[in-house]
Design a protein around this ligand. Structure first.
Ligand SMILES: NC(=O)C1=CN([C@@H]2O[C@H](COP(=O)(O)OP(=O)(O)OC[C@H]3O[C@@H](n4cnc5c(N)ncnc54)[C@H](OP(=O)(O)O)[C@@H]3O)[C@@H](O)[C@H]2O)C=CC1
Ligand SMILES: CC(=O)N[C@@H](CCC(=O)OP(=O)(O)O)C(=O)O
Length: 314
């Protein structure tokens, strides 16, 4: 069997290591490895990038842009985990469940931008509401995201796992300048014309993420109810194997009394929830920031691009 050649640029990083774990289970893939002492050698990286059928970029934004500029082989498909190309023309957004045409875009593209972890959850929660006409593109919305510290990569993991500063033991709101790097993709891929007021919160746990979008029902199309929000999500994701739309006002979570942010960990799944009173709703999306929030999503996009079973290795 001819194997697909795959290179992970940034193989020692948080996202790269997780992608390599997924790839290790695959018999249809040959992973091209770079020698440890050449990890940042541009010539060796360029050689491997151009030898690959698929190359994952698991690098800081600037290094991702440099890597993209090294490609001379027209057959190499790049899947960039960084923020660098998510709203750049010519790059397909690596979220197959976004809209009916998205899988074909990913299949046809040689440049795929993997969504950000907060952005994936926000977009998956909001896009169906906009598409269904329940939420106007002019709506002013806000969102919070609770995330594990692995979302901050190696440096944040080291901060949490080696330091014993008391401030790290409690949840920490951040991005307080209201310019989080995921806002452009949140707008571009939901159709919202105004950036959400977005406050992420990092907590003292390794991984797991939940975005919450609070809504007044009076903000929605006239007469719309929580049942309509739930129906829009259910219809949009019908048949999607990585997306579960949980029952309206999920009884299990309500009985528990609080939300489990980590319940999608070690999966490529997204769970969507609608909690509601007669006048207000919370639309929530939960995922593993290293699963559907990063490495799992990147492997899923590779599978779509290669035309193999989308869930292979996930
Ligand atoms: N962690 C997460 O949950 C998510 C991360 N992302 C994005 O994915 C990308 C990678 O993130 P993450 O894995 O967390 O980051 P890490 O900091 O954990 O890893 C980045 C890796 O890139 C290496 N690197 C840096 N510069 C270069 C270079 N010029 N050439 C080759 N290698 C280089 C680093 O080397 P060294 O080991 O020497 O530092 C490191 O191993 C980032 O853009 C991030 O924003 C996206 C979604 C979620
Ligand atoms: C806890 C933490 O810091 N999380 C990161 C998000 C990780 C991610 O999705 O980053 P990319 O956009 O680079 O893909 C943050 O909020 O910046």
């Amino acid at each position: 069997m001819t194997k697909f050649a795959v290179y992970v640029d940034g193989q020692e990083g948080t996202t790269g290591l997780r992608i390599n774990e997924y790839l290790a289970q695959r018999s249809d893939i040959e992973v091209l490895k770079i020698d440890a002492d050449k990890r940042k050698d541009p010539a060796e990286r360029a050689r491997l990038l151009n030898a690959a059928d698929v190359a994952f970029l698991c690098l800081p934004d600037a290094a991702s842009r440099e890597a993209a500029a090294m490609i001379t082989n027209p057959n190499t498909c790049l899947i960039d985990a960084s923020t660098a190309h998510r709203t750049v023309p010519g790059w397909a957004f690596g979220l197959p469940e976004l809209a009916p045409a998205q899988r074909e875009k990913i299949r046809a593209a040689k440049r795929i931008a993997n969504p950000g972890c907060h952005a994936s959850a926000f977009i998956l929660a909001v896009r169906p509401l906009v598409d269904a006409g329940l939420l106007s593109p002019d709506a002013l919305v806000s969102a919070t995201s609770i995330t594990g510290y692995s979302g901050g990569g190696k440096s944040m993991i080291a901060q949490y796992e080696t330091a014993s500063e008391p401030k790290l033991t409690s949840p920490r709101p951040y991005a307080l300048s209201l310019q989080h790097k995921h806002l452009p993709e949140m707008m571009a891929h939901t159709g919202l014309r105004t950036a959400p007021v977005f406050m992420p919160i990092v907590g003292n746990f390794y991984k797991g993420l939940a975005v919450t979008v609070p809504l007044h029902l009076s903000q929605l199309r006239a007469g719309a109810r929580a049942e309509d929000l739930h129906a829009a999500l259910s219809q949009h994701y019908e048949g999607e194997r990585f997306i579960r739309v949980m029952p309206l006002r999920d009884a299990e979570t309500l009985a528990e009394g609080a939300f489990d942010v980590q319940a999608c960990n070690d999966t490529n799944r997204v769970d969507l929830f609608v909690f509601a009173s007669d006048t207000q709703a919370l639309v929530m999306a939960r995922l593993d920031n290293l699963g559907k929030g990063a490495s799992g999503a990147a492997v899923q996009s590779m599978n779509v691009h290669l035309g193999v079973d989308e869930a292979l290795g996930l």
